[in-house]
Ligand binder design. Structure first.
Ligand code: NAI
Ligand code: MG
Length: 490
C-alpha cells in the first residue's frame, strides 16, 4: 500500500523527511509509518484542489455524472472491506464487528450521497416574488475547495461523512486524517485513484494537527473547513477560519445525558446504557456518559449495570471481545487521569476504574461505572472519551431535565420510559442536536447529526450534510425590455 501523500491525482513524497509512526494500541507496537505532511505539502494539495475546482470538470459535471463516481467508490470500499476492517482494527483497536459496521456505513454513506447528487440536477427552486415584473430562482452550487480535518474514533467513516457529501455537491477537497489513525484514509485515496476520479478532486495528506492541520485551516485557498474533534481544536480552527471568513462546520463531542424513568424495563435500560458508553471503548462523540435514573429504579439498575459491565470481554479487537484497547497511550492516560480526578473530587467507583489485570501490554481500561459525584465535578461535566459512565439518581422530571441540560455541551441525549407522552415532552426540552427515545446511539445516514451549544456548528448527514457543501445563488430576471421607470420615465 502507498504511504505517501495523494495530491493532484498522484502519490508524492512529502517535502519534509518526517514520518508518523503507526501504533497498534493492542500491543503498543509501531507496525508502520506514513508521511508527515508540512505546510508546503498542504499548499500543494490545496492548489491541486483549487485547480480542480476552478478549471476542472468536477464542479461543472451534472450530479448524475458525479453519482457514478460516488457509487464506484462505494463499490470499491465494499470489495476491499476485509482489508480495510483489518487495518482499522490494527490502527484504532476497535473490536472487529464494530469495524465491519463502520465500513458498511461508509459504503452506505457514499451510495446515499450518490442519490442526493442526482437530486441536485433538478434542485432549482422558483421563488414567489411580490412583484411580477421580476422572476427569480434559487440555484444550488458547490461551495468550492473544502478542507476536512477528522478524528481517530471512526477513521474511514468520518472520512466518508465529509468526502461523500462534498464530492456529491461538486466541491473538491483536501482531507487530513488523524495522525493517530492515518491508514484507511490512504486506502480511500487508493480507491479514488483506481476509479479515476479527476485529478485534484480528493487529496489526502497525512500529518500532525499542529503542522498539516494548522496549515490547512489557515490556507487562503480553502473556502470551507469541516472538522470533527475536540472543543479546543475546534475553537482554534474557528479562529483560523475567521481571518478570511471561511465557511465552517464543527462537530465537537459532548457529555450526553441518558434519562431513565422508573417505569422502564430494567434489562432494556441496562442494554442501551452499556451500548451508549462501552461501544468503541466509549470513544464516541455522542456517548451517553451521564446516566440519570429515577430514585426507585436507581439501586436495582446500578446493581444490574455493574453485574453486566464486569462481564464484558476485553482484549485485542481481532479476538472475540466486546471491548478493545483505547486508541493511543495519550487517550489511555487521559481516561485514567479523569477517573483519578473523579475519585479525588468525591466520586465512588462502582466497578472498573483501572487497567484490567493480567494484560501487560495494550491501552486497556476496564468498563467503569462511577457514582456519588458532585454536579459541578469534572467527571460529571467534562468529556472523558473512554468506557466511563457516571450514574446519578433524580426524583422528578423537572430535576432530570435540569441536570441533563446543565452542560456546556449539547450533542446528544436519551430518554427512556414506557410513557410515550412523557418521552415526547422530555425530548422537546432537552438542549441537544440528537435525542434518542428508548435507545442510545443508533445513527442513520438519512438523519441530521450535530450539536447545540459547544458541541458544534452545523449538521452533517442527510440532506443537511449536503447543504454544508453548497452555496445558494439567487438568479433574478426583469421580465421586460422597457426602462424600469426610476430614472427614465416612460
Ligand atoms: P483533536 O481535536 O486535537 O484532533 C482532531 C483532529 O484535529 C486531528 O486530525 C488532529 O490532527 C487535528 N488537529 C489538532 N490540532 C490542530 C490544529 N491546531 N489545527 C488544525 N487541526 C488540528 O483531538 P485529539 O487530540 O485526537 O483528542 C483529544 C480529545 O478530543 C479526546 O480525548 C476527546 O475528548 C476529543 N475528541 C472528540 C472527538 C469527536 O468525535 N467529537 C473525536 C476525537 C477526539
Ligand atoms: Mg494507531
Amino acid at each position: 500500500m502507498n504511504k505517501q501523500l495523494y495530491i493532484g491525482g498522484k502519490w508524492v513524497k512529502s517535502t519534509s523527511s518526517k514520518t508518523i509512526p503507526v501504533v497498534n494500541p493492542a500491543t503498543e507496537e509501531v507496525f508502520d509509518s506514513v508521511a508527515a505532511a508540512n505546510a508546503e505539502d498542504v499548499d500543494a494539495a490545496v492548489k491541486a484542489a483549487r485547480e480542480a475546482f476552478d478549471n476542472g470538470p468536477w464542479s461543472m459535471m451534472s450530479g448524475a455524472q458525479r453519482a457514478v463516481f460516488l457509487r464506484q467508490i462505494a463499490a470499491q470500499i465494499e470489495l476491499r472491506k476485509d482489508e480495510i476492517v483489518r487495518l482499522e482494527v490494527l490502527d484504532n483497536g476497535k473490536p472487529q464487528p464494530e469495524a465491519e459496521w463502520d465500513i458498511d456505513d461508509a459504503v452506505g454513506t457514499f451510495n446515499f450521497y450518490a442519490d442526493l447528487a442526482e437530486g441536485l440536477d433538478d434542485a432549482d427552486e422558483t421563488i414567489e416574488l411580490s412583484d411580477d415584473s421580476f422572476s427569480s430562482i434559487a440555484v444550488k452550487e458547490p461551495l468550492g475547495v473544502a478542507g476536512a480535518i477528522i478524528p481517530w474514533n471512526f477513521p474511514l467513516l468520518m472520512a466518508a461523512w465529509k468526502v461523500a457529501p462534498a464530492l456529491a455537491a461538486g466541491c473538491t477537497m483536501v482531507l487530513k486524517p488523524s495522525e493517530v489513525t492515518p491508514l484507511t484514509a490512504l486506502v480511500l485515496a487508493d480507491i479514488v485513484d483506481a476509479v479515476k476520479l479527476p485529478a485534484g478532486v480528493l487529496n489526502v495528506v497525512t500529518g500532525f494537527g499542529a503542522d498539516a492541520g494548522r496549515a490547512l485551516s489557515e490556507h487562503l485557498g480553502v473556502d470551507k473547513l469541516a472538522f470533527t474533534g475536540s472543543v479546543p481544536t475546534g475553537s482554534t480552527i474557528m479562529r483560523a477560519a475567521a481571518r478570511d471568513v471561511k465557511n465552517i462546520s464543527l462537530e465537537l463531542g459532548g457529555k450526553s445525558p441518558f434519562i431513565v424513568f422508573a417505569d422502564s424495563d430494567i434489562e432494556a435500560a441496562v442494554e442501551w446504557i452499556m451500548f451508549g458508553i462501552f461501544w468503541n471503548q466509549g470513544q464516541v462523540c455522542s456517548a451517553t456518559s451521564r446516566v440519570l435514573v429515577e430514585d426507585s429504579l436507581y439501586g436495582p439498575l446500578l446493581e444490574r449495570l455493574v453485574e453486566e459491565a464486569n462481564k464484558i470481554t476485553i482484549g485485542p479487537g481481532n479476538e472475540a471481545v466486546l471491548l478493545g484497547p483505547l486508541v493511543s497511550e495519550a487517550q489511555y492516560q487521559k481516561v485514567l487521569a479523569a477517573i483519578a480526578q473523579g475519585v479525588k473530587e468525591g466520586a465512588k467507583i462502582a466497578c472498573g476504574g483501572q487497567r484490567p489485570t493480567g494484560m501487560p501490554r495494550g491501552y486497556y481500561v476496564q468498563p467503569t461505572v462511577l457514582i456519588d459525584m458532585a454536579e459541578e465535578s469534572d467527571v460529571w461535566q467534562e468529556e472523558i472519551f473512554g468506557p466511563v459512565v457516571c450514574v446519578k439518581p433524580f426524583s422528578t422530571e423537572a430535576e432530570a431535565i435540569r441536570l441533563a441540560n446543565d452542560s456546556r455541551f449539547g450533542l446528544a441525549a436519551a430518554v427512556m420510559s414506557k410513557d410515550d407522552s412523557r418521552c415526547d415532552r422530555v425530548a422537546r426540552k432537552l438542549r441537544a442536536g440528537i435525542v434518542w427515545i428508548n435507545c442510545s446511539q443508533p445513527t442513520f445516514t438519512e438523519a441530521p447529526w450535530g450539536g447545540y451549544k459547544q458541541s458544534g456548528i452545523g449538521r452533517e448527514l442527510g440532506k443537511w450534510g449536503l447543504n454544508n457543501y453548497l452555496e445558494t445563488k439567487q438568479v433574478t430576471k426583469y421580465n421586460s425590455d422597457k426602462p424600469w421607470g426610476w430614472y427614465l420615465k416612460s
